[in-house]
Design a protein around this ligand. Structure first.
Ligand code: AP5
Length: 252
């Protein structure tokens, strides 16, 4: 798999610009990836990036980036966001929306976008629709990944992540070439603090209460595409592509 793009604009916000901006494409993909924590949204976003050239934009990566100390003086809002994330709770909508608004250039980027972890509430989905409409853009589809909870938990407990390039590995299903080291940055992989069993329970409950209603929201707007997330990452990706080709006009 290709290394992820650096995504400086998304991760840092404000006036930060990407060193290697995406190339312009005739029909950029604009997609949302939905599904419970650990279902594999980030993994599919990375595969879709390789296929479409659109950046994988994870709100969780923004908060983890702030937590990692690479942001010099995190704002009070960002500190609140990190506290919520550490507990497994959702970050309040007003904070998430101001952080996304500050990164509007990523949503209007000529390369398109693959949103992973945003929107996560109906209020966030409505705000995203409004932001895109203001720019004369629209979402092509919301890809909804489904998997039984037991399988999701096993994906979460085996996950290891590169704190630098954010690439996601798994102890058994996607092991790094050298044990414990990132294939791209060659630095040590870490286990996310919110993958501890007690925090996973909180995240699952937040998903059911606040994020699952988005399935109905996107269904009602005719943009929902549900995908079976069982099997290997490549099998799920093949399903994703075939659904995008057959059921939407999304440019894949
Ligand atoms: P976020 O970073 O968005 O986390 P999440 O939604 O909980 O999703 P994950 O990143 O845990 O999982 P994933 O579905 O991307 O799975 P992955 O591909 O890594 O959010 C974290 C926190 O930030 C939230 O809890 C909240 O506090 C806050 N937050 C973020 N956005 C917010 C928002 N908009 N509003 C409010 N709060 C917000 O895969 C998991 C593992 O499985 C990996 O190890 C992978 O290698 C493996 N794997 C993937 N696919 C397969 C497969 N097909 N077979 C076997 N293994 C697989």
């Amino acid at each position: 798999m290709d290394a992820p793009r650096e995504r400086t604009s998304w991760l840092q916000g404000g006036g930060a610009v990407c060193r290697t901006p995406p190339r312009a494409v005739a029909r950029p993909s604009r997609l949302v990836l939905l599904g419970p924590p650990g279902v594999g949204k980030g993994t599919q976003a990375q595969l879709l990036f390789v296929h479409t050239g659109a950046c994988a934009l994870s709100t969780g990566d923004i908060f983890r980036n702030a937590k990692s100390g690479t942001v010099e003086r995190p704002s009070p809002a960002m500190r609140t966001a990190v506290t919520s994330m550490n507990r497994g709770e959702l970050v309040p909508d007003d904070i998430v929306l101001s952080i996304v608004h500050e990164r509007l250039r990523c949503l209007t980027c000529r390369g398109g976008f693959l949103l992973d972890g945003f929107p996560r509430t109906v209020a966030q989905a409505e705000a995203l629709d409004q932001l895109l409409a203001n720019e004369g853009l629209h979402l092509h589809a919301a890809l909804h990944y489904e998997l039984p909870t037991r399988a999701v938990v096993s994906r979460l407990t085996g996950r290891r992540t590169c704190p630098v390039c954010k690439t996601v590995f798994h102890l058994t299903s996607r092991p790094p070439k050298s044990a414990g080291l990132c294939d791209y940055c060659h630095g040590p992989l870490v286990q996310r603090a919110d993958d501890e069993p007690e925090t996973v329970g909180v995240r699952m409950a937040e998903y059911v209460e606040c994020t699952a209603p988005l399935v109905d929201y996107y269904r009602a707007h005719g943009r929902l595409r549900t995908i079976d997330a069982s099997g290997t990452p490549n099998e799920v990706f093949e399903r994703t592509l075939s659904i995008l080709h057959s059921a939407t006009r999304a440019p894949v």
